[in-house]
Design a protein. Structure first.
Length: 320
């Protein structure tokens, strides 16, 4: 019986994988995201190397005599107001975007899955507490919370112990206090929808025959959750992570555009804020470069999230 179930699951997975790879748009989006991740990893390693060796990164080097140069073969997206290469700065901004997407989405997934599974499986006062928590955060304007939190941290309005904790955390992640506040703010406010889905799905899974059999058999609760509950929630987690990743990138751009996020590291939001002041002079390429880099990443993530829903959702696979 177990071998039959395994064969059916393997066959369904193989069929879904074939459908996924046959779609060229899905593959293209996956390649785009992988390219962004590789660029972000290289930029992050390069920035750490430059910081340790007191070297000015190439994307920060400017030449005042070459400022406001239009796109050319030497500078694909032109130069900015101090002669820095706009393409290199947009490329370096990929590290900031990917970092905020990964950290903020991971935090949101951790909170949402933990509370959703706990409330859906145990019920009682734990479920009441879960509902109370996500009701509060659902009523909270997430962008305003992120802006207020980033303002408090970036301006040093927190108490001394919290400032010290933030400094240690920023050193470990190699980021600025304002940016760390954005990571935490997005993660703290972005878990509500996942928690609601996980909680509802856990309620259903708890009443299934194999889970009830495991409970009657005396298997520990944590093993039931790990072996029987979480694997059936995997598709929801992956899809949410992809969507939340795109949302976190856009939120970071907004916060940095308003001057409350990144202060030193390259950011698409900072580039758009700097470039808009010179649009009246016909210098459009700084805004254009940052917008294009953000557009392709967010578009690829959204398309891939929809494709992953078809690929991972077991109900859709069974119907097909």
């Amino acid at each position: 019986m177990m071998n039959g179930n395994f064969r059916r699951r393997f066959f369904a997975f193989f069929q879904s994988l074939r459908r996924f790879t046959k779609n060229r748009l899905n593959l293209l989006c996956l390649l785009i995201i992988v390219a962004y991740l590789i660029v972000a990893l290289c930029v992050e390693g390069y920035s750490i190397y430059c910081a340790k060796n007191l070297i000015l990164p190439v994307y920060e080097r400017g030449d005042i005599e070459k400022r406001f140069q239009p796109p050319s073969s030497a500078h694909w997206f032109g130069t900015d107001y101090i002669g820095r290469d706009v393409f290199l700065r947009a490329l370096a901004g990929t590290a900031t975007a990917v970092k905020v997407g990964l950290l903020a989405s991971s935090l949101a997934v951790f909170i949402g899955v933990t509370l959703g599974v706990a409330g859906g499986y145990f019920g009682g006062w734990i479920d009441d507490l879960t509902v109370w928590l996500y009701s509060i955060f659902a009523a909270m304007p997430s962008l305003l919370f992120v802006l207020a939190f980033a303002l408090l941290v970036s301006k040093g309005f927190l108490c001394a112990p919290l400032n010290d904790a933030f400094s240690a955390l920023c050193s470990a992640v190699n980021t600025e206090p304002g940016m760390m506040a954005v990571y935490l703010g997005i993660g703290i406010t972005g878990w509500v929808s996942l928690c609601q889905m996980i909680r509802a799905e856990t309620f259903k899974l708890r009443e299934t025959g194999y889970v009830q059999s495991a409970i009657v058999s005396g298997i520990r609760r944590r093993w039931i959750i790990i072996k029987h509950i979480l694997p059936n929630l995997f598709h929801l987690i992956i899809i949410f992570f992809s969507i939340r990743f795109a949302g976190a990138v856009m939120t970071e751009v907004i916060v940095s555009y308003l001057g409350l996020g990144v202060q030193k590291a390259p950011s698409w939001g900072v580039m758009i804020a700097d470039g808009q002041e010179r649009l009246w002079r016909g210098v459009w390429w700084e805004v254009g470069a940052a917008s294009l880099f953000m557009f392709f990443l967010v578009l690829a993530l959204n398309i891939l999230a929809d494709a992953l829903r078809d690929f991972l959702d077991p109900r859709l696979n069974n119907n097909s």
